[in-house]
Design a protein. Structure first.
Length: 389
């Protein structure tokens, strides 16, 4: 495909996205017309893929480097600590997602001419601009909870003549006044699909990064909503990672709240589960981690760095102060396990691992989600085989 109207580094990005099949042909005109760089601030914090770190780049000091990151397939932090920190802070709270992820999600949304779309999480405004170019500004509504972020996005969208309706409020409330919507797309991670989204998209589709509190990683889920808006059902499409909706951030209180005095006093035992069986070699986005999180409710896992051949993996209950730790040591056939509190969290994790292996080690594509206004249920292969989460 000829990259007409796209020059320099952005042309290289477009070519890469096309070759890797992240950018579909029907979204190419929007990519060519809507420049990501036009939606970024002067100071950005891109993730450097070579060093694995987040760096600070100011366009006024390093315009060429700024441009190279703006036109690269990397995530870029644009706000820290909900805007409290002017410079780099502790927790990233708004960003420009990787272009490959943005177009993967837009393609999965399956929009058609005339569709009415609600976006939850305006951020920089680039995704809203791409949707507005494809569907028309009158068919795109976006919600942003942060007033400053929303105002900045409005200005940038207006400058590109792509300003639709930008609402400043909690996206979990949806947009009943503007409903019904054919599509709802969330660009922030969720732990529960808000009932308002089902209400606002009867007969439509919801696309969202969804995950449990077991880890920070999500999987993209595509839900088809029933005609009456009562139920939404769909499969997971694969791993993604997004900042979470502010109202659905992790309730994990920190290690010291659970284990103030070390493991003394906890029940101690052993397990033959190996480090590889628990963690595998698929990295943070391994399907087993996601699947175990679906089975072990209200639990948060933390994997510590390996030191001197030993690696502790911790589990924390989110509805009480139960915790567990398994200590793997190189060269030993058994690992030591400590457990404390009313839940036997390691036992639950071990049972979930056994289930996952017995099911044929399913990947994301075999797992799905069923949502109503009052419940969420995960399932394997078919919605009839589901369990509460």
């Amino acid at each position: 495909m000829a990259l007409i109207g796209v020059e320099g580094e952005r042309s290289e990005l477009g070519r890469s996205l096309l070759e890797r099949k992240h950018l579909a042909a029907d979204w190419f005109p929007a990519f060519a017309a809507v420049d990501r760089a036009a939606f970024l601030p002067d100071v950005i914090w891109p993730f450097d893929m070579d060093t694995g770190t987040t760096v600070t780049v100011d366009r006024r000091d390093e315009p060429d480097l700024w441009s190279s990151y703006a036109n690269a397939d990397v995530p870029i932090v644009t706000q820290w600590d909900d805007g409290v920190s002017e410079g780099r802070g502790n927790v990233p709270t708004s960003s420009a997602s990787m272009p490959s992820v943005v177009f993967r999600m837009l393609s999965a949304l399956e929009v058609e001419t005339g569709h009415h779309v609600l976006e939850v999480g305006t951020g920089t405004g680039w995704s809203a601009a791409l949707l507005a170019h494809r569907l028309g500004v009158e068919n795109v509504v976006s919600i942003e909870i942060d007033p400053k972020v929303a105002d900045t996005a409005r200005d940038r969208l207006a400058a590109q003549q792509l300003l639709g309706r930008i609402l400043t409020r909690d996206g979990t409330d949806g947009d009943e006044m503007g409903a019904p919507y054919d599509r709802i797309i969330a660009t922030a991670g969720v732990r529960r699909i808000p009932p308002a989204w089902l209400r606002d998209a009867p007969g439509g589709m919801i696309l969202a990064p969804w995950g449990t509190h077991f880890g920070n990683e999500d999987a993209l889920v595509r839900l088809r909503v029933s005609e009456d808006g009562g139920t939404a059902v769909g499969r997971f499409l694969g791993p993604v990672e997004f900042m979470k909706l502010r109202s659905q951030r992790s309730p994990f209180a920190g290690h010291d709240i659970y284990v103030p005095n070390g493991v003394d006093g906890a029940d101690c035992g052993t397990t033959t589960v190996t480090e590889e069986q628990l963690l595998g070699d698929g990295g943070r986005f391994a399907a087993r981690r996601f699947a175990v999180g679906l089975m072990v409710r209200n639990c948060h896992q933390q994997v510590a760095d390996k030191r001197d051949g030993a690696r502790p993996v911790w589990f924390y209950g989110l509805t009480d102060r139960s915790w567990a730790c398994v200590m793997f040591q190189d060269g030993r056939e058994e690992a030591t396990v400590w457990q404390s509190g009313p839940r036997r969290l390691w036992d639950e994790v071990a049972t979930a691992l056994t289930w996952w292996r017995a099911a044929g080690e399913p990947g994301y594509e075999r797992l799905g989600l069923t949502v109503t206004a009052h419940s969420q249920r995960a399932w394997l292969d078919r919605p009839a085989d589901s369990w509460a989460i």
